[in-house]
Ligand binder design. Structure first.
Ligand code: ATP
Ligand code: MG
Length: 144
C-alpha cells in the first residue's frame, strides 16, 4: 500500500509517537522510511568563518537527532534513510515528499512550539494543507 513513508521529526514528545507509528506502518507495508528534519536557515550576514561553524553545529545536532531514529527503523528491518535540510520545516517536508514521491507523511500534531491552546502547530497545518499524499498525524501523549 505504501512504498515510501516520510516521517517528520523534531525534538518533541509527538515525534516519539510518530516514530513508533512510522516503524509499525513501514513494517506492515514493507515501505522504505525517509526520516526528515529541517534546521533553521542561518543568515548569510554572519560572515565567515562564523557561518560555516554555525552550519556545522546545526548539522551535527540534526544528525544527533536523526541518525538514532534511522537506526531504530533499521533495527526493525526497515530500509530507512536520513534527509536533513535547511529552511522552514513545512517546506522541507513538502519538498522531500514531492522529490522522493512519498506516499504517506507521518508527523506529530504539535512540536515544541509554545502556543499550548493550538490543536495543530503551524508545520502540521501547512503540511496537511499542501501535501499531495495522505498525512498521518499523531497527538503527543497526554500529561499526567
Ligand atoms: P509551531 O512550530 O507553529 O510553534 P508546534 O512546534 O507546536 O507549533 P509543529 O512545529 O507544527 O508544532 O510540529 C508538528 C510536527 O511537525 C512535529 O511533531 C514534527 O513531526 C514536525 N516538525 C516540526 N518541526 C520540524 C522540523 N524542524 N523538522 C521536521 N519535522 C518537524
Ligand atoms: Mg514547531
Amino acid at each position: 500500500m505504501f512504498d515510501k513513508i516520510l516521517v517528520a521529526v523534531d525534538r518533541s514528545p509527538a515525534t516519539e509517537k510518530a516514530v513508533k507509528y512510522g516503524i509499525d506502518l513501514a513494517k506492515l507495508t514493507g515501505a522504505q522510511a525517509l526520516i526528515v528534519h529541517a534546521y533553521p536557515k542561518i543568515p548569510d550576514y554572519l560572515g565567515e568563518p562564523n557561518l560555516s561553524q554555525t552550519i556545522s553545529r546545526h548539522l551535527e545536532r540534526a544528525e544527533e537527532l536523526v541518525n538514532p531514529i534511522v537506526e531504530r527503523f533499521q533495527a526493525e528491518g526497515v530500509d530507512a534513510i536520513p534527509e536533513i535540510l535547511e529552511g522552514p520545516p513545512a517546506d522541507a517536508i513538502l519538498r522531500v515528499a514531492k522529490a522522493r514521491e512519498a506516499d504517506l507523511i507521518v508527523m506529530g500534531a504539535r512540536g515544541l512550539g509554545s502556543v499550548a491552546s493550538l490543536l495543530l502547530g503551524s508545520v502540521s497545518q501547512k503540511v496537511i494543507a499542501h501535501a499531495e499524499c495522505p498525512v498521518f498525524v499523531v497527538h503527543e501523549p497526554k500529561e499526567g
